[in-house]
Design a protein around this ligand. Structure first.
Ligand code: PA5
Length: 425
């Protein structure tokens, strides 16, 4: 099962010193009475998610799967990162899938968008547009282009069978448009904000179309819900992690580097960065979430971590069992001098890289390391991690007296941009 270790964290305070505070905030989370509590629908979601809608997701996925040589997922932020993190974590980066997923609506880049449309020209396409507000400009603009593309390619009638909209149940332009066009629609619950929504239809629809077992994900989500019920720092690894982050920031570490040793976890790191960054970065407070994939980035950022400015601590997501493994073949000629690894598994080498790096960073570099271990990169672990990070985020933000569920700061760039674009008031 999942484990959290702070013994390499160079913590100068005892985690238990925060137990009273944690117990008080635990109630605010579990009873949904803390700041931002109108967006705490995720707390009970593992138990009370809409089972009828879940069934419909499976049915719709079954219906469109054969048409989806390419699945375009059009969304941004919380309406994008979770699905991408899950697809990459669970299926890997070069899966021999029938369906290829492409993400759009997450950029204004003309080159990107034109290239996507060119790439899918002769492919069989299904499009899932996802926006809670239904008004996000990046997504709405990409959807206008893609809707046009689909209607030209398939005609209006068949395009309807290939477009699925995931949005608010009543509000927003996308909802009205989807109803008028007769698209299949799925609902994003009112009380679950974007970055906490991956296990609502926001993520579940694309994941089901990609052939991922979404029931196993929900099972992992529910197991975490049950196993992380305790207010005790000793029994609740999500709270231990939340407290360790606060202690490390008190010690002057203002950057958290989320480290993986698996390239297929890089988007999980991006999802984590949004979850922590958008939840905590307010009122001049918070830890800047950063990420790195080792050992790749040991050959780029490694120098800074080892000997640079002591601004950061690392949170390593360690995977016990790789999805696949290889043995190093013997070479009688040994021209590359690699025979000392003959017969060893590549994953064992990766784990030795982790052990060596941990000692180098902690003991020589004085860089604190927190370690979160997961058994594998399968569906259950993904679901489990989601709840673990949700509850840890809520706790760590409440400890800082921050509302983890709003994002007032993201409106500032939009205002300026709208003025420059000449958007009518
Ligand atoms: O976490 C959030 O709330 C944001 O990142 C949103 O998910 C993002 O801005 C997209 O919003 P919407 O789903 O309304 O298009």
């Amino acid at each position: 099962m999942m484990k959290f270790e702070a013994k390499h964290g160079l913590l100068k305070e005892d985690l238990h010193a925060y137990q009273t505070k944690v117990s008080e905030l635990h109630k605010a989370i579990r009873n949904q009475t803390g700041a931002g509590n109108d967006y705490m629908g995720w707390v009970e979601w593992p138990v009370n998610y809409d089972k009828e809608e879940f069934k419909r997701i499976l049915e719709v996925a079954e219906k469109v799967k054969d048409k989806a040589e390419v699945l375009i997922v059009c969304g941004i932020g919380g309406s994008y990162l979770g699905a991408r993190a899950a697809v990459e974590m669970i299926q890997g980066l070069y899966a021999n899938n029938k369906t290829e997923v492409i993400f759009a609506g997450n950029t204004f880049s003309s080159t990107y968008m034109a290239q996507v449309m060119d790439y899918i020209q002769d492919k069989s396409v299904v499009l899932n547009v996802i926006s809670k507000s239904g008004t996000t400009t990046e997504t709405a603009l990409a959807f206008r282009l893609l809707k046009n593309f689909m209607e030209e390619k398939y005609g209006k009638e068949e395009a309807k069978n290939r477009i699925i909209a995931t949005t608010d149940k009543a509000r927003g332009t996308l909802k009205a448009l989807a109803d008028e066009e007769g698209y299949e629609t799925f609902v994003i619950p009112d009380d679950i904000g974007g970055r906490y929504s991956v296990l609502t239809p926001v993520g579940l629809v694309p994941l089901a179309i990609m052939g991922i077992d979404i029931q196993k994900i929900m099972d992992g989500f529910l197991d975490a819900y049950n196993e992380l019920q305790s207010e005790s720092i000793d029994e609740n690894p999500a709270y231990a992690y939340a407290v360790a982050r606060r202690i490390l920031q008190n010690q002057g570490y203002n950057v958290e580097m989320f480290v993986t040793y698996e390239p297929q976890l890089q988007m999980l790191a991006e999802w984590f960065k949004q979850l922590m960054g958008e939840s905590e970065g307010k009122e001049g407070k918070g830890i800047l979430p950063d990420s790195a994939c080792f050992s790749t980035d040991l050959h780029s950022l490694g120098q800074f971590v080892q000997e640079g400015n002591k601004v950061l601590f690392e949170t390593v997501l360690k995977v016990e069992e790789p999805s696949l493994d290889l043995a190093v073949p013997n070479d009688p000629e040994n021209k590359d001098n690699m025979n000392y690894l003959t017969g060893k598994s590549l994953d064992w080498v990766n784990k030795m890289a982790f052990e060596g790096t941990l000692a180098a960073h902690e003991e020589v570099g004085n860089v604190p390391n927190l370690i979160i271990s997961i058994p594998d990169m399968k569906e259950h672990s993904f679901g489990y991690l989601c709840y673990y990070f949700f509850i840890a985020t809520a706790m760590t933000c409440y400890m800082l007296d921050i509302n983890p569920f709003n994002q007032p700061g993201v409106e500032v760039y939009k205002k300026n941009m709208f003025k420059l674009l000449g958007k009518p008031e």
